[in-house]
Ligand binder design. Structure first.
Ligand SMILES: *Cc1c(COP(=O)(O)O)cnc(C)c1O
Length: 236
């Protein structure tokens, strides 16, 4: 890895994102809440990712196992990695020891596979359950109707800890989906279905993270607003 480079575009984007988050916190009366901003790294070079990490965006969100495996050795040591992409069960083994959370658990069977492998590795994996809040056929995730039952089943498994919910609503759904998610998240929390660890609502991306903060999001996942438009040709 070559020496650190200053990326003026990312530097400016970080300032804007921090400002927007602070502004949203004030606007929505959430000044005392901690909102985590994750850097979503797909297609971005390790050098640019490391610059963001050195400016404080140390939490990285990875979508693709293959791309992550190619890039991870170049990451700065203080980076923390969470997986946010669709995960096939035969690939869990490649990430289980290098991520601190899997946000994209979209079925009970995937949770069971993670559980098995985590137990084998002598660890407990933090997970979020992905909710298909827009009911889109093309998207993975639990339907809101099936969620409580699935959470109960998953919460019985060894080696996994359900820390909250993640969602990628369709853009057209906007605040309607955010509000639905907030209600689902709060209901689960007050029913104590998943215990005290259930506290993460991962919701909001580049186009709508400020809005998501208005609906209780505790983690926003930001890609293009941080790194610029994605270029699928140059991931390394
Ligand atoms: C790509 C991606 C993001 C970030 O998208 P942007 O609109 O570029 O901020 C967030 N979450 C997931 C799961 C993603 O795949």
């Amino acid at each position: 890895m070559s020496d650190p480079v200053f990326f003026a575009d990312i530097d400016e984007n970080i300032k804007r994102i921090r400002f927007n988050i602070e502004e949203a916190k004030v606007k929505y009366g959430r000044e005392n809440d901690e909102i985590t901003a994750m850097a979503v790294t797909k297609t971005v070079t390790p050098q640019r990712i490391n610059f963001a990490a050195m400016q404080g965006f140390t939490l990285l969100g990875e979508n693709r196992v293959q791309e992550f495996l190619q890039k991870k050795e170049f990451y700065v040591k203080n980076a923390e990695i969470q997986f946010i992409g669709h995960l096939q069960s035969n690939k869990i083994k490649y990430i289980i020891d290098s991520v601190t959370m899997i946000q994209s658990v979209d079925s009970v069977s995937l949770a069971k596979e993670i559980s098995k492998l985590a137990v084998k590795h002598g660890k407990t994996m933090d997970i979020l359950c992905e909710v298909n809040i827009g009911g889109e056929e093309s998207k993975s995730g639990f339907s809101p109707d099936a969620l409580n039952e699935s959470l109960c089943e998953i919460s019985q498994l060894d080696g996994v800890r359900i820390c909250g919910l993640m969602t990628i609503p369709p853009p057209v759904c906007g605040n309607v989906c955010f509000e639905r998610m907030q209600r689902i998240f709060e209901d689960i929390r007050s029913d104590k279905i998943c215990g005290d660890e259930f506290r993460v609502l991962s919701m909001g991306m580049s186009a709508d993270y400020a809005d998501a903060i208005g609906f209780g999001s505790t983690m926003v996942r930001i890609g293009s607003a941080l790194f610029g438009a994605r270029n699928y040709g140059t991931s390394i």
